[in-house]
Design a protein around this ligand. Sequence first.
Ligand SMILES: [Zn+2]
Length: 243
Amino acid sequence: MIAAYPPPTSTPWLVAAAILGTIVAAAVVLYALPLLIRARQVARWRKRAPGHLALTYDDGPDDTTTPAVLDLLDELGVPATFYLVGFRSELNPQTAALVRDSGHELGTHTHSHKNAWKKGPIFEFRDARRAYQTLDGIVPPNAPYRPPFGKCSLPTLLAMYAKDRRVDWWTAPANDSRDEQPQPAEAARRLLDTGGPVILMHSHHAEPNRRAFVLALTRELVRQGRERGRLFATVRQVREAAA
Ligand SMILES: [Zn+2]
């Protein structure tokens, strides 16, 4: 006698649907939650600290742009926040010491500056952690973390929170890494009109034109920001104002 089983063709579809559902659920937990936290942070800063202006510089230290940015900030007398890359600190220890002694707020920006969404959460977690080892003595142990390209997954986010470290994004990029740039005065005006309180720039540029742009833009942001009565601040101060 032949037993009556259900048609076998439905099972592979069920398995595929279950696998797909698991992948989607994992992606939501791993990546969507940090995106929501980022969106909430940006909205909160824009709404609650519109009179502040935090100049922030990622990707250094290098031996050309970073010292020039430090000199300019010193001349202008404004605070800033630097998010440092571990391997560049190893390559440029003298500039790293300059940044450490500058009095500006310091954070980390991973060791090797890779895109977390391309490398996966395990690499990201280790690379973020490694930056605190390579930058030991340069940044404080609970220095804030800024994910490269703004990409962060949940394990790294939770690991930072567990160590009482902030995870900082930004309210507007200055686009100083592009080849085509507007006039610095015009770029500054737009950022001050609509960019919110935390401006992302870079303290590492190999290209002289980009280096010149970030310096000119910084000068314009400070000049026009002062005309508008903006309060120059570190990211910590923006967070406190928006708390
Ligand atoms: Zn970066």
